[in-house]
Structure formats: C-alpha cells, structure tokens
Write a protein that binds this ligand. Structure first.
Ligand code: HPA
Length: 282
C-alpha cells in the first residue's frame, strides 16, 4: 500500500473514536524506551494497532504497538506507544498515517518524542533537547511523506517548512523547564534512515551541517502534522553521545538506547506533565 485516501484516514479515525467516549485534543508519540510514560495515563482506553484499520504493526523491540487514550495531567491525550520507522520497511505514508488519523480525530496538537544521539559536544547522555528545527535528510533525498498526490483536505501542495515546530509551544516548553528546574537543551534534529548507527565520518558530517542530535524518526511525523495545520512540539532524549572517531572501542547499541530511555523517562515525564497541564488550562 503506497498511499492512503481521505476515506482510509477517516475509517481509522472513526474506528478509534468508536472505542472511547473521550475527545482527545493532544497527540503524543513516544520514542524508543519511552513507552512507560503511557502507564501514567488515567482512565486509559487501549487499542492495539492491529485492531485499527490501515495501521501497520510496529516491529521494533522497545516499541509496544498500541494506542493509549485517556487523561494525563488534566489533558485528554491520544498516545502512540510505539511508532513506525522507515527502516522497518514501511513507506513514508505508512510511517505517518497515525498523524493524519489523529488530525481527522480532531486532534490539533502533536507532541513528538524520540531517542537521539548527541552531536553537539555540550550534550550528555540523559539530556533532554527541545527540537527547534530539523534537517530532513531523507526528504531531501526523495523519501518525503508528502510525496505523491496532495490531499488538499490536509494542506497545500507546497507547504512552508521554516517553522515546523510551533513557536508558542517551543516558548512554553522553555518556560516550563525553567520554572521547574529541568535542564532543557535546544537544537536541530537530523533524521537518517538507519537502521545502522552512523559511521564516525557521518557523525562529523552531520555535526558540521548544524545538527545537534541525530536519530531515525520524528521528522516525517512532524512534517505531516505541520502540513495538516497541527501545532507541533518535538523533544529528543539524548540517549547516547554519537561517536565521531574510528579508534575508540565504544559503540552505540539499541540496548544502551533503551536503558538510557528508562533513566530519562522521569525527567521527560516531569517536563511533559507540566506542558500538558498548561495546554489543558488554555
Ligand atoms: N544515532 C541514530 N539514532 C539514534 C541514536 C544515534 O546515535 N541514538 C538513539 N537513536
């Protein structure tokens, strides 16, 4: 299946809404190792992806593969516990399908999280980074989720992308972090296809391009959300420092990423609950 019709997105949206009396307003995508965040949701309605029409099924260890709807910090949320990655073999349209489904469900705000390797020399494993902007290396190379027939019901054929991450939400995240003594870095996220981690030369290259963190997700979903008129907030968890020389014995592993994710969850949770509480009060 290469692309979906508006009817496909609506079919999935309706199937989800039929399972709950709630009207979620905020969508949340949880990255590698961050699934435990969804356990905090009250009055949870849980829908495995294989029960939703057109949803692919997530194949990565550490990604649960279900939708959790309920209340988090007073906000009605729809949380993706596990996302779809391009490296799993899905098309970009499949990777981003849930975002369009959320939009058709009436969700106006998307919060995207991920695990990322730190490129900025100031960053340490365990840091949180607000995504100010991104470099869509995959999109620039042709794997853009907006490629193909444009669905005008979502947005325009040639959307701007200079402010994918909503300025007001970036401000809010910084204010909330400062008020709660949470250290929040900020920077540019770059997506690479994966599934291999970067070579040392690739790490040096993307750092020189101005990227502060590197990962294998988020950009397609953020772009599709922005195209569809949603507000977008992106937060990277720096699970490891990207390795930029070929002599060291160290190497990144998925287990390391998941372990670091567990340690970062409380920090991310503290930040997100404060942000959600502010959004719920608006
Ligand atoms: N590179 C790419 N993706 C990642 C990394 C990394 O170092 N860490 C977590 N996801």
């Amino acid at each position: 299946m290469d692309s979906f019709t508006l009817a496909d997105y609506d079919e999935a949206a309706q199937a989800i809404l039929n399972r709950t009396a709630q009207q979620p307003r905020i969508g949340l995508i949880l990255g590698s190792g961050l699934s435990p965040l969804a356990d905090q949701i009250e009055d949870a309605v849980i829908i495995p992806y294989d029960e939703i029409p057109h949803f692919p099924v997530s194949t990565v260890a550490g990604h649960a593969g279900r939708l959790v709807m309920g209340t988090l910090a007073g906000a009605q949320v729809c949380v993706m516990q596990g996302r779809f990655h391009y490296y799993e073999g899905y098309s970009m349209q499949q990777t981003t399908l849930p975002v369009r489904v959320m939009q058709r469900m009436g969700i106006g705000t998307l919060i995207v999280t991920n695990a990322a390797g730190g490129l900025n020399p100031e960053f340490n494993a365990g840091d949180l980074m607000l995504i100010e902007d991104h470099i869509n290396l995959l999109g620039m190379a042709g794997a853009n989720p907006l490629r193909g027939p444009n669905l005008d019901a979502f947005g325009t054929r040639f959307p701007p992308a200079n402010r994918v991450y909503t300025p007001a939400l970036r401000r809010l995240a910084k204010e909330v972090a400062a008020a709660n003594d949470i250290t929040l870095r900020s920077g540019v996220y770059i997506i690479l296809a994966g599934p291999n981690f970067e070579t040392a030369a690739e790490v040096r290259m993307v750092r020189n391009w101005g990227a502060d963190a590197v990962g294998m997700s988020t950009v397609p979903e953020a772009l599709v959300a922005h195209h569809a008129g949603m507000d977008v907030l992106g937060i990277s968890t720096i699970t490891n420092v990207a390795i930029d020389d070929v002599e060291t014995d160290a190497e990144p592993t998925h287990e390391e990423v998941n372990e670091a994710g567990k340690l970062i969850v409380p920090k991310l949770m503290a930040l997100l609950t404060q942000i959600l509480a502010q959004l719920a009060a608006q």
